[in-house]
Design a protein around this ligand. Structure first.
Ligand SMILES: CCCCCCCCCCCCC[C@H](O)CC(=O)SCCNC(=O)CCNC(=O)[C@H](O)C(C)(C)COP(=O)(O)OP(=O)(O)OC[C@H]1O[C@@H](n2cnc3c(N)ncnc32)[C@H](O)[C@@H]1OP(=O)(O)O
Length: 255
C-alpha cells in the first residue's frame, strides 16, 4: 500500500520521493511506511547521492498528521504513531545525503516538519508553510519545536507556533525557512540542483552537512520533552475539542 502513496523514482543518482495520498498527503500509516522505505533506500543504496521530496497533489505538499485518524487514538497509540512518524523523518534528517524538499502548496504541521528535516527547502512564492497544531490543542510533535527556532530564530519561531499562522514562500525565504524561492517548476529546479550535487563526492557532502549540523538542529532533551508534551496535549480535553472542531468544520472553542 505504501508504494502507491509514496513513489520512489530513481533519476540518475537522485532519489525522487513523490508523496501522492489524496486529498492532502495527510501523514497517516501509508505515508509513514513510504517515508521509511525512502530512508531505507538512501541508507542502503550507495549509488543514490541526493534526494528530492515533492508532492503529486496540486496545492498540497503535505497537510500534516492525519487528523481523521487522530481522534480515535488513545494517548498510548498516539505516542506509538508519534514515534512511527518521527522515525523515518529523523532517519532522513540523519542520512548524510542532501535532501531537497520541493514545496509548491501547503506544507503544514507534520508536513512542514518533514520539510524541515530535509537538508534544504525550495518553495514557490505562493506556498503556505505553518505549524498550526496549537489550533487543534496540540503542539508540533515531529521535531518542529526544535528545528524551526534553529532555522528562523527563537522569536520568529515562537510567533509562528503560538499563532498557528501560515507564512508564504516569500516570507519563508526572508526568515530563512525557505532556502531558494522558485517561480515556476520548483520540482524541476530541485531535481536539477540535486543532480548537480550528485556529481560531487558523497563523503564531502556528508562532511559538510555533519559539520554544519554539529551543533544540532535538535537536542535529545528537546525532542524528548516535545514528544512527552504532544502526547500530554492529546490526553487533554483541549485536543479533543480541536480535532472535533476540524472534523465538524467549525471553529474550536478552548477553555
Ligand atoms: C494511523 C496513523 C495515525 C495518524 C495520526 C498520527 C499521530 C501522530 C502525531 C504525533 C506527531 C505530531 C505531528 C504533527 O506535529 C501534528 C500535526 O501535523 S497535526 C495536523 C496539522 N495540520 C493541520 O492542522 C491542517 C489541517 N487542514 C486544514 O487546515 C485545511 O484542510 C487546509 C490544509 C488549510 C486546506 O483547507 P481547504 O483548502 O479548505 O481544504 P479542506 O479543509 O476541505 O481539506 C481538503 C481535504 O483534505 C483533508 N485534510 C486536510 N488536512 C488534513 C489532515 N491534516 N488530516 C487529514 N485530512 C486532512 C480534509 O479533511 C479534506 O478532506 P475531504 O473532506 O475532502 O475528504
Amino acid at each position: 500500500m505504501s508504494e502507491s502513496v509514496v513513489r520512489l523514482e530513481t533519476e540518475g543518482r537522485v532519489l525522487h520521493v513523490v508523496l501522492d495520498r489524496p486529498p492532502a498527503n495527510a501523514l497517516g500509516q501509508p505515508i509513514i511506511e513510504g517515508l521509511a522505505a525512502a530512508a531505507d533506500a538512501l541508507e542502503s543504496r550507495e549509488e543514490l547521492k541526493a534526494c528530492v521530496v515533492s508532492s503529486a497533489l496540486d496545492g498540497f505538499f503535505a497537510a500534516g498528521a492525519d487528523i481523521k485518524q487522530m481522534g480515535s487514538l488513545t494517548p498510548a497509540s498516539f505516542a506509538e504513531y508519534r514515534d512511527a512518524l518521527r522515525a523515518p523523518v529523523e532517519r532522513l534528517a540523519a542520512c548524510g545525503k542532501p535532501i531537497v524538499a520541493a514545496i509548491d502548496g501547503l506544507a503544514l504541521g507534520g508536513g512542514l516538519e518533514l520539510a524541515m528535516a530535509c537538508t534544504l527547502r525550495f518553495a514557490t512564492p505562493e506556498s503556505k508553510l505553518g505549524l498550526p497544531e496549537v489550533k487543534l490543542g496540540l503542539i508540533p510533535g515531529a521535531g518542529g519545536t526544535q528545528r524551526l527556532p534553529r532555522l528562523v530564530g527563537r522569536g520568529r519561531a515562537l510567533e509562528i507556533m503560538l499563532s498557528g499562522r501560515s507564512i508564504d514562500g516569500e516570507e519563508g525565504a526572508q526568515i530563512g525557512l525557505v532556502d531558494r524561492l522558485v517561480e515556476g517548476d520548483v520540482v524541476a529546479e530541485a531535481l536539477a540542483y540535486a543532480e548537480r550535487l550528485a556529481n560531487f563526492p558523497a563523503s564531502a557532502m556528508k562532511a559538510i552537512i555533519d559539520c554544519v549540523d554539529a551543533a544540532g538542529l535538535t537536542s535529545a532533551e528537546g525532542m524528548a520533552l516535545e514528544g512527552d508534551l504532544v502526547v500530554e496535549m492529546l490526553a487533554s480535553g483541549e485536543a479533543g475539542e480541536g480535532i472535533a472542531a476540524f472534523l465538524e468544520r467549525r471553529t474550536a472553542t478552548f477553555a
